[in-house]
Design a protein around this ligand. Structure first.
Ligand code: NA7
Length: 316
């Protein structure tokens, strides 16, 4: 049934919307965004929402992470259910499918407060089946649902972030004039549930394979006695130049692997999910499979919560 669902996605995969085309709707003063999950991604998003003057109510499994935002004017919800009850639009951004299920279906979870008129947006990256089930749980209770994984780095400027979303189009438009507007300059509406996840996974899969190629290039360069910064400098002069090469290449050779961006573990998970999608639609993924092995090795060596550039540490 999942492959049937994927066929439907391919059919609906037609329309996209750039933010500037969406006319903002008037927002009431009491309009509140609920935010569940104050990890690296959530922290940056909530900072941007507060900077744009939006009212935000936050919740995090480890409550101490809420304190910083309360000092910035956010309210703190005591449970996910309370946040949904108080907010016009509630957003979740947690690590994986397990975390999302806990948040949604656990005691005092999201579902307890979903009713007609409630809107829920998930920004975590999970598999298509999980997001499809989540969509069904929310909409069968009368709520609106949007799947909206973030692509790109939230660490730097808004230019580097692309929002992709699928699900309820009206909720997408409402998010464009509020949430998306505050975190990115580009938002694409991709249609049926699952399509935004597929888009994020194919994009991250390419990023992963590029990182693997870069890591091996630098590793071979080192063994051959080349100056690695010179390798990177030369790359910047060629059509192959990219921010990814420069930033991650630099992190690889200087061993600056602290993680403020997407962790290596989450990148490996995205690659694994892309490989499962490949199996489902019978698309062989030779390079991606080899890349996955390299990421798994780096993870096994304890680099899971480091920057993705730590893949370099698995090239021996
Ligand atoms: P982080 O920085 O690892 O943050 C993970 C968040 O998920 C953090 O708020 C965690 O709460 C929360 N979490 C983890 N497990 C649970 C459970 N079981 N229940 C509730 N909340 C949980 O990840 P990022 O912010 O970088 O990424 C988030 C997603 O966006 C991920 O899918 C990326 O691929 C994209 P904690 O603070 O540990 O209590």
């Amino acid at each position: 049934s999942l492959s049937k669902h994927l066929n439907k996605i391919a059919f609906e995969f037609t329309s996209s919307t750039f933010l500037p085309d969406v006319l903002p709707r008037p927002i009431q003063e009491t309009f509140t965004i609920g935010f569940l999950g104050l990890g690296k991604m959530g922290t940056t998003i909530v900072n941007r929402l507060l900077n744009s003057g939006l009212k935000v109510m936050v919740w995090n499994r480890t409550p101490s992470k809420c304190k910083y935002f309360m000092e910035l004017g956010a309210e703190k919800g005591s449970t996910p259910s309370e946040v949904v009850q108080t907010s016009d639009i509630t957003i979740s951004c947690v690590s994986d499918a397990r975390a999302l299920k806990d948040l949604i279906s656990g005691t005092n979870g999201v579902l307890e407060s979903i009713s007609p008129g409630k809107s829920f947006v998930d920004m975590s990256t999970v598999d298509v089946l999980t997001v499809t089930e989540l969509h069904e749980s929310i909409t069968s209770r009368g709520g609106k649902f949007l799947e909206s994984p973030i692509i790109g780095s939230l660490d730097s400027s808004m230019e580097d972030v692309v929002v992709v979303a699928s699900g309820d189009k009206e909720l997408f438009d409402d998010c464009c004039s509020t949430v998306f507007n505050s975190i990115s300059k580009k938002a694409f509406y991709l249609g049926g549930i699952g399509s935004a996840t597929c888009m994020k996974l194919v994009v991250n899969m390419l990023q992963g394979t590029l990182l693997a190629g870069l890591a091996e290039t630098l590793a071979l360069g080192e063994k051959l006695g080349l100056d690695q910064s010179q390798v990177l400098n030369i790359l910047t002069l060629l059509p192959i130049s990219s921010q990814l090469n420069s930033l991650k290449g630099d992190a690889m050779i200087t061993n600056q692997l602290s993680t403020r961006q997407l962790s290596l573990e989450h990148m490996q998970r995205d690659i694994r999910l892309a490989i499962s999608l490949g199996e489902l639609v019978q698309q062989p993924l030779y390079i991606t499979t080899a890349t996955n092995e390299l990421f798994k090795k780096a993870k096994a060596r304890g680099y899971g919560d480091h920057d993705t550039a730590a893949i370099y540490r698995a090239t021996d």
